[in-house]
Design a protein around this ligand. Structure first.
Ligand code: MLT
Length: 259
């Protein structure tokens, strides 16, 4: 389905019926990240799965800060007449979830922060992202897809799964990739935010995640007043597609604990 949100044509899918669970994908992925989990949970909740601006089937915009993304998903919830939601975000989607909390905390029932981190970029990392954004605009998104593929997945991930995600990343428009890189470079540190979240927060991470490793997940968990931590064994950064059974099981248990 498509909706015009903040002047942009955004693609989204809805799976199932029941309490709303908003699922936010990472960089430079698409809502397809959540399809296997959505299929497993559609009998117990309504999963709202957008393609963020500049990704998947959504329109590209000149900027893509974490605030832009958060405002887009808030606008989508308005369109769907939904006030409160559980927000699930993976990696960059986790940065968006934390920004959503800062802007719309009273709309958050609970959070799931998957394979993400709370710290801001160091000045060096931020500068590298800006340089990479410039390169993507001249060399195309495949440089990102090639560079990220091996670190996204656990070493034993099936090659057809990796190939499918390489193709999705390479198809993300360069302007969308560059805008998201610039947006991530300017995101703030979120540890202070985590300390203020009194809603339940589940931190999930793949045991073999090398992009946002379990040490960072443990630090996030330690900062949360009402946090839980689950480490998914034998998975890398792409937990919802590497082990959808486990991810869905853990999310299902967390949703049960809320009611
Ligand atoms: C992601 O998976 O969303 C990104 O790798 C996050 C990042 O680059 O910080």
């Amino acid at each position: 389905m498509n909706a015009t949100i903040n002047g942009l044509d955004l693609y989204y899918e809805i799976h199932g019926d029941g309490p709303t669970v908003l699922c936010v994908h990472g960089f430079p992925l698409s809502g397809a990240l959540w399809t296997p989990v959505a299929e497993r949970l559609a009998d117990r909740c309504r999963l709202v799965v957008p393609d963020l601006r500049g990704h998947g089937r959504s329109a590209v915009a000149p900027t893509a800060t974490m605030g832009d993304f958060a405002d887009d998903v808030a606008g989508l919830l308005d369109t769907l007449d939904t006030q409160r939601t559980v927000v699930v975000g993976l990696s960059m989607g986790g940065y968006v979830a934390m920004e959503f909390y800062r802007r719309y905390g009273d709309r958050v029932e609970a959070l799931v922060l998957a394979d993400t981190r709370a710290e801001a970029d160091t000045p060096e990392v931020a500068a590298d992202r800006i340089k990479l954004a410039d390169r993507v605009m001249t060399e195309g998104s495949s440089i990102i897809a090639d560079g990220m593929l091996d670190i996204l997945f656990a070493p034993n991930a099936p090659s057809d799964l990796k190939k499918a995600w390489h193709d999705i990343m390479a198809a993300t428009p360069p302007a969308g990739v560059a805008a998201a890189l610039r947006g991530m470079a300017e995101r703030p540190d979120s540890f202070g935010t985590l300390r203020t979240i009194h809603q339940p927060v589940l931190v999930v991470v793949g045991e073999l995640d090398v992009i946002t490793p379990p040490t960072g997940a443990r630090a996030m968990h330690a900062a949360l007043p009402n946090g839980r931590l689950h480490i998914i064994s034998d998975a890398g950064h792409m937990t919802p597609v590497e082990n959808p059974d486990r991810f869905a099981f853990v999310l299902n248990q967390f949703l049960d604990s809320l009611s």
